[in-house]
Structures are given as C-alpha cells and as structure tokens.
Design a binder for this molecule. Structure first.
Ligand code: SAM
Length: 332
C-alpha cells in the first residue's frame, strides 16, 4: 500500500476536500447491498432504485458518483455494472471490504462534529449520542452484530500471524480480555495444542457467541473496568487499549494485571505509532478512535509511560508481519 498520498495541486486538494461524499456513497453501496445486487450483471438505475425502495433521481446521482471513481461503470445503454474494484464491496468476495467498511450513521455522524473533539479532546460520539460507543452497541443488538463481524474481518488474517508470534508456553492458561468473538484465542490454541484459554468480554458479546465457541475456550462475562475473577499465565489485550483514554487504560491494566499468576505476563497487542513513516490509514484510524471512543494509537514511549503508571514494566517487544506489535509487560 502507498505510504503517502500527498496532494500536489489546488484541483487535487479541492477534490480531496469533497471525498467524504464519495466515501459515503461507497458505504451505502456496500450496506444496502447494491454491490451484491449487481454481481449477476448490469442493472438499470430504475431496477436498482426499485430493489432498495430508493428515489430514482437520487439513485442516479449516487450511481454516477460511484462511476466517476471507478467503483461502477456506466454502460452505453444507461445500465450500471460492477468494476473489478467494485467487486470488493460484495459480501461473497473472498477479500470483501464490506464488513471492514462498517460505517453506519453512528460511526459516521460524529465526524460532522469533529470540531467538538478538537475543542474538548473528547469523543464527539458521546456528545451526539449521550453515551459511550459500547453502551450504544449494548442497546442496538443489530449494530453489535455488525461490530462483531467488523472485528472478525479486521482480525482474521492478523490473528493467524499473531498466534504464531505470541510468547506462550505449551501448557499456559491464557485469557483474552476484550477478546470479542475469540478468533485470536482459537488461532493461539491451534498453535499451542496443550494450552487452555478463557475469553473475557461484555455479557452481550459472550451471549452472542457462547454456543459457537470451540470446547477448549471458557467464556467469561464481565467488564474490564471491574475486578476480573480469574487467574492466568498470560493475559492478552488486543486492540483494546486504543479504544480508551489514559485514565481508562490504567483501570483496564490494573484489572488485567490482577489476573496474572506469579511470573505471569500481560501481552498488549496494538499498532504502535512510529512517527513520520506512519501510513495514512494509521493516522485516519487514530483520529477515528479519538472521535468515536476517546482513545487513539500510541507510540512505544506512550505505552512505556502507561505501563509504568500501572506498576508494570515493558519486558519485551515483538514486531510482527501484520503491522501490530506484541508488547510484553510484567508486574514490577
Ligand atoms: C476493538 S474490539 C477488539 C476485539 C478483539 N480483541 C480483536 O482484536 O478482534 C474491543 C473489544 O472490547 C470489548 N469491550 C468493550 N468494553 C468492554 C468492557 N467494559 N469490558 C470488557 N470488554 C469490553 C468489546 O466488546 C470488543 O470485543
């Protein structure tokens, strides 16, 4: 992937400043799902509008925006077909982006209030919805399911890579805290056949997946802001700390630390900011995390400082092939 997309001209900058409209059109195309509807061949604007109960004039405008950016192709007879790139928005594509581009209204609208986040340093989401994002998911099981699918899409490849690198012993009992649907736990158990594992997450997440879990995984319901009633040789926090501010992270680290048996280790897995070489997507997600959750990506020094405040010492760093690092911490 290209590391930088620096605009060179006034025209490019003007286009970039309007690309939020194209992004939104792409989300709609994936969500409804217009892309899936087009997999069996070109369709007229009327057929697409009828299928999704859309206004035909508005639909035409959307389809032409998407055609301008090569997601669709407008054919001579007025029909629209998927381009090769457009196929990545189909659910059935093996490398589908549909679940990765999870932007329902509640993940999108906070950006209309980005200036509030800039003024306060706090997530615009909370102001707009009068609650934190994970409480919103709790009240919206439909979005909770989509969030779980989104995390599975984010994690499937990286979990296989990470599982090979995790510094676990064959007979360890490890616990993935905020482990979601459990894909890292499963991948790690496949690497460490004698190990056993617990999967800790919010009740609504665990309730969704309990019946579907591998028999080697013990599900544990709770909040990582409360003491966790379990012990392990290794506690994993993957893509968890980046959702929270420093104060909240310290509470999570404290509760995670208290699950460790003597000699146990905490494994924090995150994208670690490098500085000038960070790719644009890392920076986009960093701002997204602040606006939605009040969190953000951190540098190695930021993690060192957090660990220090939580009476933990950074004892090892494993850089992996999936752009995430495994930070090993031990009790001081
Ligand atoms: C960004 S997801 C990461 C999931 C998983 N670790 C992964 O990398 O795919 C954050 C996870 O934290 C969980 N979570 C949020 N608040 C929580 C809380 N208070 N206690 C326990 N888990 C929580 C969410 O349900 C979600 O599964």
């Amino acid at each position: 992937m290209k590391k930088h997309y620096a605009v060179q001209t006034r025209d490019d900058l003007f286009l970039l400043g309007n690309l939020h409209i194209a992004s939104r059109a792409i989300h709609i195309m994936a969500d409804f799902p217009i892309a899936d509807f087009l997999t069996d061949g070109p369709k007229s604007c009327k057929a697409i509008a009828d299928q999704f109960d859309f206004d035909q004039t508005a639909t035409g405008k959307l389809l032409r925006v998407l055609s301008s950016f090569g997601v669709l192709e407008e054919n001579g007879n007025g029909s629209f077909s998927l381009t090769d790139a457009g196929h990545y928005l189909c659910h059935s594509h093996p490398e589908s982006l549909k679940d990765l581009l999870f932007y329902d209204e509640s993940r999108w609208s906070p950006f209309g209030r980005l200036e509030r986040t800039l003024k306060t340093g706090l997530p615009a989401f909370n102001e707009l919805y009068e609650k934190p994002y994970f409480n919103h998911l709790e009240e919206r099981p439909d979005l909770q399911k989509r969030f779980n699918r989104h995390m599975a899409a984010v994690s499937t490849h990286e979990d296989r890579v990470l599982a090979k690198e995790l510094p676990l012993r064959q007979d360890d009992h490890f616990m993935d805290i905020g482990g979601g649907a459990g894909s890292l736990v499963l991948a790690a158990l496949n690497q460490h056949k004698q190990a056993t594992a617990s999967l800790f997450d919010l009740p609504e997440v665990i309730d969704n997946i309990s019946g579907k879990l591998d028999h080697r995984i013990t599900p544990v319901k709770g909040s990582f802001f409360e003491p966790i009633n379990a012990k392990c040789d290794a506690a994993i926090l993957k893509r968890v700390l980046h959702d929270w501010n420093d104060e909240e992270c310290l509470k999570i680290l404290h509760n995670a630390k208290n699950t460790l048996k003597p000699g146990g280790k905490l494994l924090v897995i995150e994208t670690v900011l490098q500085g000038a070489e960070d790719p644009p997507l890392t920076r986009l997600f960093d701002l997204f995390l602040l606006t939605l959750f009040g969190g953000g990506e951190r540098s190695l020094q930021d993690y060192r400082d957090l660990f220090e405040k939580a009476d933990l010492t950074l004892s090892g760093i494993i850089n992996t092939d999936c752009s995430m690092s495994i930070l090993e911490a031990r009790k001081q």
